[in-house]
Each structure stands twice: as C-alpha cells, then as structure tokens.
Design a binder for this molecule. Structure first.
Ligand code: ZN
Length: 278
C-alpha cells in the first residue's frame, strides 16, 4: 500500500528526476540574495500501487499530483549531495505536498511528507488527510460510531498507532451500545452478545460473527492503555493497525450494510408478492 513511505518514495522518485527545484541562497556577503525559486511540478500520473479510499472503503488506484516537492522529496530527487557550506538551499526545507485522487470516486486525499527529529535521529514520515471525514464508516453507520471510527482513522493516518487502537476499541464499545448491549464494561458487553448468539436470540449480523475478533480488539485496547515498557509499546506497529482496520471494515459492513441490503431485498420481495396477488 502507498501509505508506506518506502512505497511512496519508490513511486514518486522517477517522476521527480527532471523537476528538481533550484533555489540557491548565497550567504557569501550580498545583502539581497538573488533568490530564484523554480518549483516545477511533475506531470500527474496514475499510481501502480493502491491507496485506501475511505469513501469506496477499498484499496484503489489513485492519480498522484505532486503540489510541492520541497523538503524530503527535493533531497531525494538530487542525484548528488551538496558540498558547499555557504549555500543554503531553501528548497530543501519544509514539507512535500501531494494530492491523491481516487480513480473510482474522485475523493481527494491530501498527503504530506515531512522530517521529524526524534532524539538525535531525523526520520522522514508521511501523513494522509482524506478530504472527507468519516474514516472507515459506511453509509448506514450511526453518527456516534462514525465519530469514533473517524478519530481512529485520523490517528492511523498520522501514524499514531496506539491512539488509533484505543479509538477503534471505543468505536467497538459504541457499536455494541447502539445494538442494545449497554451493561458493564466492554468485556461484559461482548459476553452478553456471545450468550445471545448461543441462545439464538442475537440479531442476524451476529450469527456468522467470529467473537474472537472482538475479544482481540478489546485486548489490544487494554494493552495500549496500561503501563508497560517502551519496547512493548513499539510492538504495536503498522501491521497491527492494518489488521484492526480490516476487522472494523468487516464489522461495519456486516452490522450496518448487509442488514440494510437484506431489508431492501425482503421489502422488494414483499412488494412483488403483493403485486402478483399472493
Ligand atoms: Zn474512492
């Protein structure tokens, strides 16, 4: 997926080669430096790889538009590192900006690549901001569940994995609350759902549900929320969060969309039945 910085760089680099901005600032004594910026933009191109589109709720091919390639992408595009200490090149400052456009639905996803210093190391990071709120929520997801899912997805998009897991856990609790499981902590709500499933009194969406999925999500949330070592915290990486995202997409589709589709099908069958005089 393109969310990964390495994939993004591999995708972007060939398109930048001919469009390196040259913006030298000579600090060698002149009072008004002859600053010329030349931020030429590469042509828009279609990605070979895919990016998650929160409107389509699927990985989609995207059109990539580099708006500004100052900062990290300028350094990347230069074939040789600079040696002169008297030249400050402002084109190496600041972030690089992208716009990704979903080929299917036209959603714009804003992308920003920036440098972040952490202790003594300088890391390059990528963050994404879809132009439509809602995160992974589906058309029939209730507003309160959407609220949590949106916050979770935003945390995920800026690489705050632990915070994202916490918000997905909160979204799960809200979902169960809306479905009538309102007593006790999250574990009690999951147990009540399982008891209903066993007794055959649960709603249709719960029939095929793998209850372990919910338990794992709950445990991950607890894992993040309680004190531990830094090493243990770092084990929650981008793979974990993609797994959690998949569980959520599956859950929302099952609880809110499949039921609606079944209702629609059922009512059209009823109508047909009436029309044919049954
Ligand atoms: Zn889309």
């Amino acid at each position: 997926m393109l969310n990964d910085l390495d994939d993004l760089i591999a995708e972007v680099t060939p398109h930048l080669r001919d469009t390196v901005p040259r913006a030298g600032l000579d600090l060698g004594g002149r009072s008004t430096p002859n600053y010329v910026s030349d931020f030429r933009r590469p042509e828009v191109w279609i990605s070979d790889d895919k990016l998650y589109c929160s409107v389509c709720a699927k990985d989609r091919t995207v059109k990539i538009d580099v708006l500004v390639h100052t900062g990290p992408l300028t350094r990347l595009a230069r074939s040789k590192p600079r040696t002169s200490k008297t030249i400050i090149d402002t084109s190496e400052w600041g972030p690089s900006l992208f716009i990704f456009t979903c080929e299917q639905c036209g959603l714009h996803i804003n992308g920003l690549v920036y440098d972040e210093r952490s202790g003594t190391t300088l890391d390059t990071r990528v963050v994404l901001f879809p132009s439509k709120a809602g995160g992974l929520s589906t058309p029939h997801t209730p507003p309160a569940v959407t609220h949590f899912v949106d916050e979770a997805y935003k945390c995920q998009c800026v690489g705050a994995t632990g915070a994202a897991v916490e918000m997905y856990r909160a979204a799960l609790e809200q979902l169960l609350h809306e479905e009538g499981y309102q007593t006790g902590m999250l574990s009690a709500k999951i147990q009540a759902l399982e008891a209903d499933r066993v007794a055959g009194t649960a709603k249709p969406w719960a029939a095929d549900l793998d209850i372990d999925m919910l338990t794992i999500l709950r445990k991950l949330g607890n894992y993040v929320a309680h004190p531990k070592t830094l090493e243990a915290l770092k084990e929650l990486d981008s793979d974990t969060i993609l797994g959690v995202q998949e569980v959520f997409q599956f859950l929302l589709a099952d609880v809110y969309e499949r039921t609606k589709e079944q209702e629609k099908l059922l009512s059209s069958l009823h109508d047909m039945h009436k029309r044919t005089g049954g």
